[in-house]
Design a protein around this ligand. Structure first.
Ligand code: ZN
Length: 360
């Protein structure tokens, strides 16, 4: 059928990008490949960028993802999270229907991938969530030249500049040294952020035990099993209150404002998130020690990445789409928001949504 069409219209050598990937209710649909990327509803064939629950959901017929993403889904949802699974390595091409798919590191969390979908001479990269900043717990973001780049926009406003994560860790360790009688409680998302914060603490030379909230143990031990060294980690459960003075404990953000914190001596509450750039947010959340550490690219990272891909067309999704679309248009790039629904629930996406006081 396509052959006939092509004969009738010989001047068309490439497919239009929207014929390759298009947003539908279930997510990004690749009709010629017969799959959806990060579908938010159960589909026959899903291609998944990374393990955060807003991107990796259970109930699909077949799932194609990196081994780490498949393992994280298994840890979270149990063995029967999908009908069948297939692991794919970074850089390994796979033919699906009329398209070729390749996974490339996204630098977001362990196993996270950008998905390059190629059809004839057109390459579209769906980058999922990504960051270009260094992270000792996952493969670094790889720049993939493409015609169309699909970018997230979680921190797609010029006000968001994350700075160096190592400097934030220095602040944490200075506070630990300053208050030896208090416990430090660091709120961090369980998948990715917590392990990165621990690895950064180790890189800064802190080698005392680090304590974990029970909800973080499984995924953190999984990181270790994949060769990510995190030093001496111990469950906080069962520790005596007095023995937690001068220590660091990692916990899910929700636990740090909970009755659970009463087990700690006069805790200093820290929170590691890109949203901590917004002081009002930190104050509202009762965060004493905000740490601006994000697993998403900041404004400079987003714009530099878009520029470097060489893409002539940019599709912007989940987050602050408008400013980024405007930036692209001003650069002479074709750009549009994708209006995908259902993302930004697990990690920094909208746990701390941006309010009207964003510029404050
Ligand atoms: Zn994510």
């Amino acid at each position: 059928m396509t052959g006939k069409n092509r004969r009738n219209r010989p001047y068309i050598t490439d497919m239009r990008p929207q014929d390759i990937l298009m947003p539908v209710a279930a997510g990004l649909c690749c009709k010629p490949g017969g799959f959806h990327i990060d579908p938010v509803r159960p589909v026959e064939r899903a291609v998944i960028t990374h393990g955060h629950s807003d991107h990796a959901r259970p109930g699909h017929g077949a799932v194609l993802a990196t081994q780490e993403t498949l393992d994280m889904m298994r840890l979270r949802y149990g063995d029967n999270f999908a009908g069948t699974t297939q692991a794919i390595a970074y850089g390994e091409p796979i033919r699906l229907g009329d398209v070729t798919v390749k996974f490339h590191p996204a630098g977001h969390v362990l196993g996270s991938a950008q998905i390059a979908v190629s059809c004839k001479d057109t390459c579209i990269v769906a980058s999922g969530d990504y960051k270009d900043a260094p992270d000792p717990t996952c493969a670094p973001f790889e720049l993939v030249p493409c015609n169309v780049f699909i970018t997230e926009a979680t921190f797609g406003l010029p006000v968001f500049r994350h700075g160096h994560a190592a400097d934030e860790i220095k602040k944490l360790l200075a506070s630990v040294a300053l208050f030896p009688e208090r416990a430090h409680l660091v709120g961090a998302y369980s998948l990715g952020k917590a392990q990165r914060v621990i690895a950064l603490i180790r890189e800064a030379g802190y080698d005392a035990p680090i304590y974990l909230h029970g909800a973080m143990e499984k995924i953190t031990r999984y990181y270790e099993s994949r060769g990510v060294a995190l030093g001496d980690l111990r469950p906080v459960k069962g520790m005596k209150k007095a023995d937690l003075a001068g220590t660091i404990t990692l916990a899910p953000p929700s636990a740090t404002s909970d009755i659970w914190t009463r087990r700690f001596p006069d805790p200093v509450t820290a929170f590691a998130s890109g949203w901590m750039r917004v002081r009002a947010r930190a104050r509202q959340g009762g965060v004493e020690l905000p740490l601006v550490i994000s697993d998403h690219a900041d404004w400079d990272g987003l714009t530099a990445t878009i520029d470097s891909t060489g893409a002539g067309e940019v599709w912007v999704t989940h987050g602050q789409e408008d400013a980024l679309v405007h930036w692209c248009t001003a650069k002479g790039l074709a750009a549009r928001p994708l209006d995908l629904v259902g993302y930004g629930e697990e990690d920094e996406g909208d746990t701390m949504p941006l309010g009207e006081d964003a510029e404050a």
